[in-house]
Design a protein around this ligand. Structure first.
Ligand SMILES: Nc1ncnc2c1ncn2[C@@H]1O[C@H](COP(=O)(O)OP(=O)(O)O)[C@@H](O)[C@H]1O
Ligand SMILES: [Mg+2]
Length: 357
């Protein structure tokens, strides 16, 4: 149980700066997810918190303790990796009890802790098995159990679900979330999967090139992305982007010169720069009979998902996707009027990508 505070952190490998200057406050008991494209520095940051990687400059606090230079073993933090790293020759029970035995924890206490963790993770029936006699999901739970028995101040997870198939991933995702609520321990979870981030986190850190692009609750990151990178990374299918500009009092799509169906507020936002990037999520188009305030598009491709249907279309030189009600049954070649839902569009600065509000 501890907060984690990262202040002006710099990490270099030789001449290569992975993290230029990072500040982050993780509250006690908080579940924080680091999300971002491969290579953006998520694992590096996690390994720095764990003490597996030295820092080039800045400060790191766990609780009230400044831990720069404190070895991993003395940080009281547990890390769960993607590849589990279980001991193949030991039974599940010993895999979980091993670290406590090394520490000289009394046998009865070890037994109580292993059984409690096994109950939490629903792996009691497997305590006598070897890792090779378990499924991927069960092994993942043993790896977590091994972390839980140590009662660490914080859990760090580095893409622990990547090796699981899609169904199991969804299940273990829900289990880890429930576990975090039961254990009331600080958890930091790294993933490149924005769905994992959205569903698990109290707060999401969206990272790019070793910098924090946004640090907010999932719904805030989705509804009020701070820049075009975050807007494009969070949400699936991704937000659609169209360059737009103000011509006189009219907002037009830059590529096509045709009117963009936007409100007076967007016009005010565009007034200063004269141009920007319009962002519309697939789920924020309405199909209307009326052409007014809508963009007329031709359906290029239809993907029925059951719960809803994705329509691919070209608009103003960009390919785009709308998510519509499946009862509409659109067909390739159909013409549709798509109206952006009022108040659900986003405008970004063309150069910096920062949101215009
Ligand atoms: N030991 C290392 N030596 C040199 N470069 C490294 C080392 N570890 C990671 N990097 C580089 O740092 C960057 C961030 O890596 P990493 O933290 O693993 O990204 P992520 O986990 O977000 O995919 C990458 O460009 C990677 O190549
Ligand atoms: Mg990584």
């Amino acid at each position: 149980m501890a907060s984690i505070s990262i202040r002006n952190l710099v990490k270099r490998y030789g001449n290569f700066t992975v993290i230029p200057d990072l500040n982050l406050e993780i509250a006690d008991h908080e579940f924080v997810v680091f999300v971002g494209p491969s290579g953006c520095g998520k694992s590096t940051l996690l390994r720095i918190i764990a003490g597996l990687e030295p820092i080039s400059a800045g400060e790191l606090y766990i609780g009230d303790n400044r831990v720069n230079g404190v070895p991993a073993a003395q940080r009281d933090i547990a890390m769960v990796f993607q590849d589990y790293a279980l001991y193949p020759h030991m039974r599940v029970y010993e895999n979980m009890s091993f670290a406590l035995e090394l520490r000289g924890t009394p046998k009865a206490e070890i037994d109580a802790r292993v059984k409690r963790a096994a109950a939490l993770l629903h792996i009691e029936p497997y305590l006598d098995r070897k890792p090779k006699e378990l499924s991927g999901g069960q092994r993942q739970r043993v790896a977590m159990g091994r972390a839980i028995v140590r009662n660490p101040k914080a859990f760090l997870f580095d893409e622990p679900l990547s090796n699981l198939d899609a169904k199991l991933r969804g299940q273990v995702r829900a289990e880890i979330k429930a576990l975090s609520q039961q254990l009331k321990t600080t958890m930091v979870f790294v993933t490149h999967d924005q769905i994992e981030a959205m569903t698990m986190a109290d707060r999401i850190v969206v990272m790019q090139s070793g910098t924090v692009q946004q640090y907010d609750a999932p719904e805030t990151v989705y509804e009020r992305p701070s820049n075009q990178f975050v807007a494009g990374f969070i949400g699936s299918p991704a937000m659609n982007f169209f360059p737009v500009e103000l011509r006189g009092e009219q907002i037009v799509f830059s590529q096509a010169g045709t009117e963009a169906p936007l409100d007076a507020k967007s016009r005010d936002l565009l007034r200063k720069a004269g141009h920007g990037v319009l962002g519309i999520r697939p789920e924020h188009f309405s199909v209307t009979a009326d052409a007014a305030g809508a963009a007329a598009v031709t359906v290029n491709l239809v993907e029925p998902l059951g719960s809803d249907t994705l329509i691919h279309f070209d608009l103003a030189g960009a390919s785009a996707i709308a998510r519509v009600d499946p009862s509409l049954r659109p067909k390739v070649g159909d013409r549709l009027n798509l109206r952006p839902q009022p108040g659900r569009t986003h405008l970004f600065d063309s150069t910096s990508g920062q949101v215009l509000r």
